[in-house]
Write a protein that binds this ligand. Structure first.
Ligand code: PRE
Length: 315
């Protein structure tokens, strides 16, 4: 049992801990009170047959009232900001090719939050028009991530040059329109079916176990007791020990760091934004203490979201 004097000291130290953090606590409070949108309007990048569409359909099941496609990643962010859709589904990381850097960079520039994640198994195929074969193909079109995930196949087929395209399914659609056996695309079996292409080679991704993690973006945070993963981004001062002392708050508060990644800060040469995933819920005292301190010591800070982690699947 604490005495009134000890109570007073405790309260004073708690208040001191949060001086200047009212805005941060209000941001968290708002997320605690926000429920998921029912029958939401959902957006993804690409066209039907893309992995983005697959992730959106799998994550929302039959609950979405509309599923809209956008040409660029950036268009999904804008549609969400305008209120045209309730959620955006975008790739953030692939187990072979690494981070989808464009999406990571867009996160730092917007006021949107991550409210969920979904992992899909990605199998790539070489898709061509009728009459085409691996031997007739000289040019292959696909999303740069897909090209990167098929690097070994492309290395072994030196006669094929790879060209970036906005999306794997958009590339399949383009190939169907060219009717040229010297051109092919890399994408899903569903894209082949939808756009009437032949599957020239199956499973051409370098790693048999190839997964892409998608994030679900929203205008509000949605924090529930099931939210067990926190994403945040911050920049530090350019001085010795700055990152070390920030990371120490996770260790002191017993928090498990799931991922750390850095990206250049646009317009500030040789300065970086650190992206962190940490296990925890924003209603836990140790999480609040750690994040309050990280925010205080950062030169820039963004709470990206608190959501349930997606278990790794083998589907
Ligand atoms: O082009 C697609 O089909 C997408 O959904 C994009 C994307 C990506 O950018 O990572 C998604 C999953 C695969 O990793 C390859 C491409």
């Amino acid at each position: 049992m604490t005495t009134p004097r000890i109570e007073k000291v405790l309260h004073a130290s708690i208040d001191k801990l949060y001086i200047g953090s009212e805005e941060f606590l209000a941001e968290i409070e708002a997320g605690l009170g926000t429920a998921a949108v029912s029958a939401p309007k959902v957006g993804y990048q690409g066209v039907a047959g893309s992995f983005g569409e697959q992730a959106a359909l799998e994550y929302f099941g039959g609950t979405a009232s509309a599923v809209t496609n956008y040409r660029e990643f950036d268009d999904v962010f804008s549609a969400l900001e305008r209120g045209e859709i309730d959620y955006g589904v975008l790739p953030i990381e692939n187990s072979t090719a690494g981070d989808v850097l464009e999406v990571a960079d867009l996160i730092t520039r917007c006021s949107l939050y991550v409210v969920g994640e979904h992992i899909i198994r990605v199998r790539h195929n070489l898709l061509g028009v009728s009459g085409a074969s691996t031997e007739t193909v000289r040019e292959v079109y696909s999303h740069p991530q897909a090209i990167s995930q098929c690097r070994d196949f492309l290395r072994h087929h030196a006669a094929i040059n790879a060209y970036p395209y906005a999306n794997t399914a958009l590339a399949a659609k383009f190939i169907a329109e060219t009717r040229n056996p010297a051109k092919a695309s890399i994408g899903s079996l569903r894209a082949a079916e939808l756009y009437g292409l032949d599957v020239l080679e199956r499973n051409i991704q370098t790693a048999e176990n190839n997964y892409t993690r998608f994030i679900i973006l929203s205008r509000q945070m949605e924090i529930t007791p099931q939210s067990d993963k926190i994403s945040l981004a911050f920049s530090t001062a350019h001085k010795s020990g700055a990152l070390y002392s920030i990371l120490a708050h996770f260790a002191y508060n017993g928090l498990n760091l799931l991922k750390i990644q850095s990206r250049p800060k646009p317009d500030s040469p040789w300065e970086y934004v650190f992206f962190l995933d940490v296990a925890g819920n924003l209603e836990d005292a140790n999480v609040l203490i750690a994040l309050g301190k990280v925010r205080e010591q950062s030169t820039w800070f963004k709470l990206v979201g608190n959501y349930p982690h997606c278990p790794h699947t083998d589907r």
